[in-house]
Design a protein around this ligand. Structure first.
Ligand SMILES: C[S@@+](CC[C@H](N)C(=O)[O-])C[C@H]1O[C@@H](n2cnc3c(N)ncnc32)[C@H](O)[C@@H]1O
Length: 263
């Protein structure tokens, strides 16, 4: 093969984002999650969740189900306030939460389909709700929440994006050190097809450890919906819908938690 031909092939293979293996952050690269998103950074955000839980359940310690718990970083700030069961589709991510939140029951499952056959007083879905990329998936998750609540039960969820306020493309770059890993990552969020409800987040990770540099890529998809979709789908699943907005010190945008009360 000629040199020019081979370099063309290299470009076609490496410049096409669909060639990047997706969801590695929640599988073989899950070990990076506590490095790039340290649990202590969730303290201020978790305070908003604590406020909403206390408003409804104080002075009790409600039984809550968290769907898509990930590393359990947000949950780690709430375990004194709640008795928690946590579900995630990724066994690798769940392992972090098991280590961080030893008093919590952990179950591998898909938030669109899991049925535990028992009720909770609240269902929490932190940023993992943004992994739902279509209205159909969102509706399935709200049906899961409804299946685990009795009348008056609470659903709290905090989407990363709302269609009305998302400005793309967006690029971020951060460096973190934990133990012997120094991680720098570039996160590029863009919308390959504005006619659908999905956006792509492309990561390049520069992982320095034991004197060597490893470079890895990942691609996650996330869902973006207008407020009218959130309201409509939550209402159809049986929830009275409202929103609570908080202003966090280190956040560019107001932090919104969607609140559903099961009818
Ligand atoms: C950004 S992480 C959540 C991080 C978490 N909020 C924390 O505090 O560590 C998103 C999580 O959603 C999980 N997830 C994605 N799709 C899911 C599904 N269908 N069912 C359950 N979990 C899912 C992923 O495996 C991942 O652990």
């Amino acid at each position: 093969m000629l040199a020019a031909e081979s370099s063309n092939l290299w470009y076609r293979r490496h410049m096409d984002p669909s060639a990047i293996t997706p969801n590695r952050l929640f599988s073989d690269l899950a070990y990076l999650w506590p490095v790039m998103s340290p649990p202590q950074e969730y303290a201020e955000e978790a305070q908003c969740w604590r406020t909403l839980l206390r408003e409804r359940f104080s002075p009790g310690r409600p039984r809550v189900l968290e769907l898509g718990v990930g590393g359990g970083h947000n949950l780690s700030h709430l375990t004194n306030d709640v008795e928690a069961t946590a579900v995630d589709i990724s066994a690798e991510m769940l392992r972090h939460s098991v280590a961080l939140n030893p008093g919590v029951e952990h179950i591998v499952g898909d938030m669109r389909r899991v049925r535990l056959g028992r009720n909770f007083q609240a269902v929490l879905i932190h940023d993992a709700i943004s992994c739902m990329t279509t209205p159909r998936d969102l509706a399935a998750v709200f049906a899961t929440a409804a299946a685990h609540l009795k009348s008056g039960g609470l659903l709290l969820t905090s989407p990363d994006y709302f269609a009305e306020s998302l400005a793309l493309p967006r690029t971020e770059c951060h460096t973190y050190t934990r133990g012997d890993i120094e991680l720098t990552y570039v996160e590029y969020t863009y919308d390959p097809d504005p006619s659908d409800t999905m956006i792509d987040i492309v990561f390049t990770f520069f992982i320095r450890s034991a004197g060597s540099l490893q470079i890895e890529h990942d691609r996650l998809q996330a869902g973006v919906f207008p407020r009218s979709t959130w309201r409509k789908l939550m209402y159809s699943a049986g929830f009275e819908y409202s929103e609570r907005t908080f202003h966090l010190q280190h956040w560019e945008y107001p932090y919104t938690i969607l609140v559903g009360v099961f009818r």
